[in-house]
Design a binder for this molecule. Structure first.
Ligand SMILES: O=C(O)CCC(=O)C(=O)O
Ligand SMILES: [Fe+2]
Length: 277
């Protein structure tokens, strides 16, 4: 797929894309980031560990996290999920920027992504997600069973996720399914639905139910509800963005209160390449 086609059909058309073997253009295999190697390279870093949504639970050494992955969660606890984000706000204790800088030569973004004309972050030419800062740019690592509950991403932004190691299942629902999946404040937990709160949640089918293999990538358009679960120990890289073709949508988001969001303020207050990423 060319980036022109991707921009027209998927970005402007707000349609998801599953791309098998995004990495094949550069390598026959995805980058060899097995957990042991990552632990050797970055073991001394402190990383944030989450539950199945975006509330940080604790901070631990990366090598300790990798060791704990093998032990499994405590009884009744969700599988811990490491989401190690690059800097995306001014006040952020822990950032993956040093690790991303070291890994930059090891991976490449899918070739169908446009390299020009991003509005969030504002990057006019030669955007490179391996080197440039993006909102919610993160290295996500979890054991089998680690999951991200159903949600839609913030900032009226699109997202790309590259699966590096292990298998991860994704469910996607179109924005209009929000009528039954969300009540405005909360989104239904597909694994433990509160049927009093979301009585119709079961009346919609996912538009997409796919299992990503190492070397696959997925494009999640703005407003689409999605949930993910790792089927084996998993390493993914992900980031969010808004392209010029969706500038109106982003402007509307800013006008309706988005301009006070800490991540929006961070990216609008810096120039490209400023800071450590
Ligand atoms: O890979 C996952 O667990 C889901 C990632 C995601 O949707 C997000 O971080 O917004
Ligand atoms: Fe998401």
């Amino acid at each position: 797929m060319s980036s022109a086609e991707f921009v027209e059909v998927h970005l402007a058309g707000n349609q998801p894309l599953v791309s098998r073997g995004w990495c094949r253009q550069w390598w026959s295999q995805p980058p060899p980031w097995d957990l042991g190697e990552l632990a050797r390279r970055f073991g001394a870093h402190r990383v944030p560990v989450f539950d199945s949504l975006f509330e940080m639970q604790r901070v631990m050494r990366f090598d300790e996290y990798i060791a704990a992955m093998a032990d499994g969660p405590a009884d009744g606890e969700p599988v811990p999920y490491m989401r190690w984000y690059a800097r995306q706000r001014n006040f952020q204790m822990i950032c993956a920027d040093d690790a991303f800088a070291e890994l930059a030569g090891d991976w490449a973004a899918p070739s169908w992504l446009p390299s020009d004309d991003y509005v969030f972050p504002a990057i006019k030419t030669n955007a490179d997600p391996t080197k440039d800062s993006f909102p919610a740019k993160g290295l996500f690592i979890c054991a089998a069973g680690g999951r991200t509950r159903l949600h839609a991403d913030p900032w009226a932004s699109d997202a790309c996720l590259c699966q590096i190691t292990g298998e991860k299942r994704f469910l996607l629902y179109p924005p209009e399914a929000g009528k039954v999946l969300s009540d405005g404040a909360e989104v239904v937990d597909l694994d433990r639905p509160d049927t009093a709160r979301f009585p119709q949640w079961n009346s919609v089918e996912p538009a997409l139910d796919v299992t990503l293999q190492p070397g696959d990538a997925i494009f999640i358009p703005a407003g689409w509800y999605h949930a993910a679960v790792a089927l084996s120990a998993s390493v993914s890289v992900t980031w969010n963005f808004v392209h010029e073709v969706n500038a109106d949508r982003f402007a509307e988001y800013l006008a309706s209160g988005g301009s006070t969001d800490p991540t929006v303020k961070y990216f609008r207050g810096r120039r490209r390449g400023e800071g450590s990423a």
